[in-house]
Design a protein around this ligand. Structure first.
Ligand SMILES: Nc1nc2c(c(=O)[nH]1)N[C@@H](CNc1ccc(C(=O)N[C@@H](CCC(=O)N[C@@H](CCC(=O)N[C@@H](CCC(=O)O)C(=O)O)C(=O)O)C(=O)O)cc1)CN2
Ligand code: MET
Ligand SMILES: [Zn+2]
Length: 764
């Protein structure tokens, strides 16, 4: 049996790519130096896979920012506004990813969206009417040759044409029909080029096939591949799917002239059934995704070998692989020196997953698999229960009643009470919570962790930063203030560290977007709160100002979705455990005089099942109640805010309203305010702060630009319901651009307020 990896992490075992790229952005490293780091990383990643005897090692999975963006650039899908900047190729590439503000012009970044149900984000390509789609680059070919020169034969991977089309925006009058021939031709040229290079296998990633597909989608899939595959020559083509099963197109896919088909047996609930029911062609290779590419738990060999045996009954040629790219897991447990082996033996990061593939290959080739020592050792891990339960947490969850999920009084009644109590101006201005996590803020935390400073010194520094931040916000003229989140490494990891039931890693970084990484905590046991987590800092911040200070918490669904969850209890139970812990925190904040409390549910949309039929039953029916459980105990006077990143929620807008928050802020600027129409159509009751500028870019928005955004919002949103705020937290930004942007935001709000005031008087 052979083994395959769909994709490998690229940020570097010690985040080398992140640091090099950020230094390149600062002008400290040259493009050539950045390229050198990239080369070293690619080599190291191929080497690690080679040493584990992986038979199908990916190339072209490397990216300086994102693979969708790479594909767009390769296909010449570069919008005119970036081409007009006349920049060097690498600078133009980063201008699309992050925006550009410099001597050559001022252009916003392309939109960024969640990559299916992961915390990774991709750049949304834009095809304009005059876009000339053609093969315009050499990256996949160069990287194949680079590996070949090291003596490693790789399987180049590309985002497949179907997924590329589905995730790309057509911005002009023309539609897909006007471009399809060119897209097919460009992909055909890619195949011809691979064929010329003597590539044995090419992998086309088609995760979009696990979504609900229409008849038109299926027709498109068939057309695209019937034509592209005519060009494959001697090379073999693997159609790789992941993040679910391909129930809507399985029969069509197996009838197409692919040489291999990659299926996900982890998230694909129906994958095994599909293969058994409809069969698998004898002339094709099945790439069976059985080593989980998303979780960090050891693979259960007995289970995996059982599925392989089942498949073996009807499929002659099977390659064992990962269920998706390993991009979504950290590099290696070898970096973890504090975590005890008692825990570590249950975990498997990317490198350990390579070992698992190697071990499974060895075991399955043995005469008596159950006698192989690795098999025996693995079985032992799964025999005993490893969790130590917390009876009081479990009983609190099981005794929840429907009333615990309902806040009283109803929205309309408390809206009036809050209006009188809070005395806010029209179009109140606020921020999402975090202020820049500057080098000194990170260094303070690093020094405390390394024992260079003590707890008192650590807290003193954070309080000084809070005081500066409050003074700054007052100077800028914001209405509702925040403490700035200087004590938080990350909005999820911080709460994980405060709550019982979580485990932590030191270096287990996973890429989220561009150079930004997260270190998801691991849920090990039942979750509980042993002491207040945010009250001291919030109360201190409130003591410095007469304006309202927002308490700031991360919601239960987001904490769960951005952690590595345990797999022995349901996600619902886990979310309710977290919700109960946060509920106590909310009540403590309220009891200590905090009048506005924000409970971020940044990741609520992320784990919405990819298929509509699963949305409510499998997810929303517990996720929305988990949020409600956190805030249902507060008084009418207390205003509950929530925040969601990426406003891809038009299709679940009712559920969002049903979270029953008083105010929601969300990302809107980078997706062109598209959500505003939806809010209007569905008579959304919650007050809204659609972000007026993009914080993922260092670009400073002008006052005029923000005023234009607000004017557009006011066409659809009643003025008394509108808040003014950036898209998301400011932690990734620098101080200078933050102050400039917020000054413009407040100026824009004040000007619009004045014109509304005059209008309101005229209307009297
Ligand atoms: N979990 C999560 N997912 C999310 C978001 C989020 O905020 N959190 N936001 C959305 C966008 N995604 C984002 C993901 C990461 C970051 C981000 O800023 N990450 C930071 C790391 C944040 C962090 O954990 N910082 C730690 C560790 C900092 C660090 O690198 N320390 C150095 C040493 C200290 C120094 O730099 O001086 C080290 O460990 O080597 C801290 O501050 O304590 C980064 O990549 O740079 C932002 C947005 C969606 N998904
Ligand atoms: C990714 S959502 C971020 C919310 C958080 N309160 C912050 O401002 O950083
Ligand atoms: Zn956000």
């Amino acid at each position: 049996m052979r083994t395959s990896v769909i994709g490998y992490p690229r940020v570097g075992n010690s985040r080398e790519l992140k640091f090099a790229t950020e230094k390149y952005f600062e002008g400290v490293l040259s493009a050539a130096q950045l390229q050198e780091t990239a080369t070293l990383l690619r080599n190291a990643h191929w080497q690690a896979q080679f040493e584990n005897g992986i038979d199908f090692i990916p190339s072209n999975d490397f990216s300086f920012y994102d693979n969708m963006l790479d594909t767009a650039v390769l296909l010449n899908v570069v919008p005119k506004r970036y081409r007009d900047l006349r920049l060097e190729p690498l600078t133009e590439y980063f201008a699309m990813a992050r925006g550009y503000q410099g001597v050559n012009g001022d252009v916003k970044a392309l939109a960024m969206k969640k990559w299916f149900n992961t915390n990774y984000h991709y750049i949304v390509p834009e095809i304009e009417d005059d876009t000339e789609i053609t093969l315009a680059g050499t990256k996949p070919f160069d990287e194949f040759l680079e590996a070949k020169n090291l003596g490693i034969v790789t399987k180049p991977v590309m985002i497949g044409a179907f997924s590329f089309i589905k995730l790309t925006k057509f911005t002009g009058r023309k539609t897909l029909a006007d471009f399809i021939t060119d897209i097919i031709e460009a992909y055909s040229k890619i195949l011809i080029k691979f064929n010329d290079l003597g590539v044995e296998w090419i992998q086309f990633d088609e995760p979009a096939l696990v979504m609900d597909l229409t008849a038109d989608d299926i027709a498109l899939l068939i057309r695209v591949y019937s034509e592209i595959l005519l060009a494959k020559g001697g090379s073999k083509v693997l159609l790789q799917t992941y993040f679910g099963d391909i129930r809507d197109c399985y029969q069509e896919v197996i009838a197409l002239p692919f040489d291999g088909i990659g299926l996900d047996f982890i998230e694909g609930k129906k994958t095994l059934e599909l293969v058994q029911r409809f069969g698998f062609p004898a002339d094709k290779t099945l790439f069976a995704g059985l080593v989980n590419g998303k979780n960090i738990w050891r693979n259960h060999y007995e289970h995996t070998l059982h599925i392989l045996a089942e498949l073996g009954k009807s499929v002659p040629d099977i390659v064992l692989g990962t269920s998706c790219s390993l991009l979504h897991v950290p590099y290696t447990l070898k970096n973890e020196s504090s975590l005890s082996d008692e825990y570590k033996k249950y975990f498997s990061f990317a490198e350990e997953k390579l070992t698992e593939l190697a071990e499974l290959k060895r075991i399955s080739s043995s005469e008596v698999p159950v006698k192989v020592s690795e098999y025996i050792e693995n079985s032992r891990l799964f025999q005993a229960s490893r969790f130590c339960p917390n009876a009081s947490v479990q009983s609190a969850v099981s005794s929840l009643s429907p009333d615990d999920f309902i806040r009283q009084p109803a929205f309309n009644e408390r809206e009036k009470i809050q209006q009188a109590m809070l005395d806010l101006p029209l179009l109140p201005t606020t921020t999402i919570g975090s202020f820049p996590q500057t080098a000194e803020v990170k260094a303070n935390r690093a020094n405390f962790k390394n024992g260079k400073i003590n707890l008192t010194q650590y807290i003193k520094f954070n309080k000084e930063k809070i005081a500066e931040c409050v003074a700054l916000q007052e100077k800028i003229g914001l209405d509702v203030l925040v403490h700035g989140e200087f004590e938080r490494n990350d909005m999820v990891e911080y709460f994980g560290e405060c709550l019982a039931g979580f485990l932590f890693t030191e270096k287990a970084w996973v890429q989220s977007y561009g150079t930004r990484c997260v270190k998801p905590p691991i849920i090990w046991g039942d979750i509980s709160r042993s002491q207040p987590m945010t009250v001291d800092y919030s109360v201190y911040a409130q003591s410095l100002t007469t304006k309202h200070m927002k308490g700031m918490l991360t919601g239960p669904v987001t904490i769960l979705n951005w952690s590595f969850p345990r797999e022995d209890i349901s996600l619902q139970d886990c979310a309710f455990q977290i919700a109960l812990a946060l509920r106590d925190e909310v009540l403590d904040l309220e009891a200590n005089g905090i009048k506005i409390i924000q409970i971020d549910e940044a990741a609520l949309r992320e784990k919405l099942p990819l298929r509509k039929s699963d949305w409510h039953r499998e997810y929303l029916d517990w996720a929305i109640p988990a949020f409600r459980l956190v805030h249902s105990g507060v008084k009418a006077q207390t205003q509950i805010h929530t925040h969601m990143c990426y406003s891809e929620f038009s299709d679940i807008i009712r559920d969002i309203d049903n979270m029953d928050a008083d105010v929601i802020t969300f990302e809107a600027s980078r997706s062109d305010l598209a959500i505003i129409d939806v809010l209007n159509q569905c008579a959304f009751k919650t007050k809204v702060g659609p972000g007026v500028y993009d914080i993922h870019s260092p670009r400073i928005p002008s006052t005029e630009e923000i005023k234009a955004a607000l004017s557009r919002m006011l066409e659809k949103i009643p003025q008394e319901n509108l808040w003014v705020n950036p898209d998301c937290g400011l932690k990734t930004r620098g101080n200078a651009e933050t102050v400039a942007s917020l000054n413009n935001l407040v100026a824009a709000a004040q000007e619009i307020r004045r014109s509304l005031h005059n209008e309101n008087i005229c209307n009297l």
